[in-house]
Design a protein around this ligand. Structure first.
Ligand SMILES: [Zn+2]
Length: 249
């Protein structure tokens, strides 16, 4: 399977935990030899301005984050494009699901998911999208930008109390969707050894297989992009479990 990745994602561009040294390397080490790494191009300014205001883009430029944030958004676009014909994952940072049109927080700058989906939608390459956001934190940026577009359904199961209820919620929603693009804002910070303490490594494999099943049923595509996940000791194994699930393994 192809995994979109660029060496520049190892850059420590801020002092936040998403940008921590060793985080991306931990995932690369777990995936190496099992996937084919594909390099993305930065998203163009037009791609970014389809989703964000000029003012917000300027503020990201002023903070010195523009290049790496545009490369992450380009990685999401690449994964979505590959995802049209085969499951794909984007190993990117900074994450994006807390980025709204004119503001961002929570280690996010540009909304990678929204930039990718809006590009494909604009090109007429997808009709409906389903976004599973299994990050520990509510993806307010995804909802703010995509929630009222009319073609996107977003599931944030994070408020669910038990693990069983969580997985049942995901399974039910993916069984019902008729979207031709099944996407994941894949944050791994709700793992039992990460901040949220809820999900098991196998659960990421299960959710990926459920995504693949929905995509195949709807004769559509699927992809995931990295959001959170901060325990470097388990992030690699969790991403690997998810990537294998996207391949039906
Ligand atoms: Zn998170």
């Amino acid at each position: 399977m192809k995994v979109v990745y660029h060496e520049d994602f190892n850059q420590v561009y801020t002092s936040d935990p998403a940008a921590a040294a060793g985080r991306i390397q931990a995932v690369v080490t777990a995936l190496e030899g099992k996937v084919t790494f594909i390099q993305p191009e930065p998203a163009t300014k037009d791609d970014i301005l389809r989703v964000h205001t000029e003012e917000h883009v300027k503020s990201v430029e002023r903070r010195g984050i523009y290049s790496i944030a545009a490369l992450a958004a380009g990685g999401a676009i690449k994964a979505a494009e590959i995802g049209l014909s085969e499951p794909c994952f984007a190993l990117i940072r900074p994450p994006g699901h807390h980025a709204s049109a004119e503001s961002a927080w929570g280690f996010c700058y540009f909304n990678n998911m929204a930039i990718a989906l809006e590009k494909l939608k604009n090109q007429g390459r997808i009709k409906k999208a389903f976004v599973l956001d299994f990050d520990l934190h509510f993806g307010d940026g995804n909802v703010n930008i995509l929630g009222d577009k009319g073609y996107v359904t977003i599931l944030n199961p994070a408020s669910t109390r038990s693990r069983q209820e969580y997985l049942a919620t995901v399974e039910k929603a993916l069984a019902l969707t008729d979207a031709d693009m099944i996407a994941a804002s894949a944050g791994f910070d709700n793992h039992e050894d990460d901040w949220g303490g809820l999900l098991h490594t196998d659960d990421y494999n299960l959710m990926a297989r459920l995504m693949l099943g929905a995509a195949q049923r709807n004769r559509g595509g699927c992809f995931g992009i990295l959001e959170g996940g901060y325990n470097h000791r388990v992030l690699g194994q969790n991403v690997l479990a998810f990537v294998e699930g996207l391949q039906g393994k």
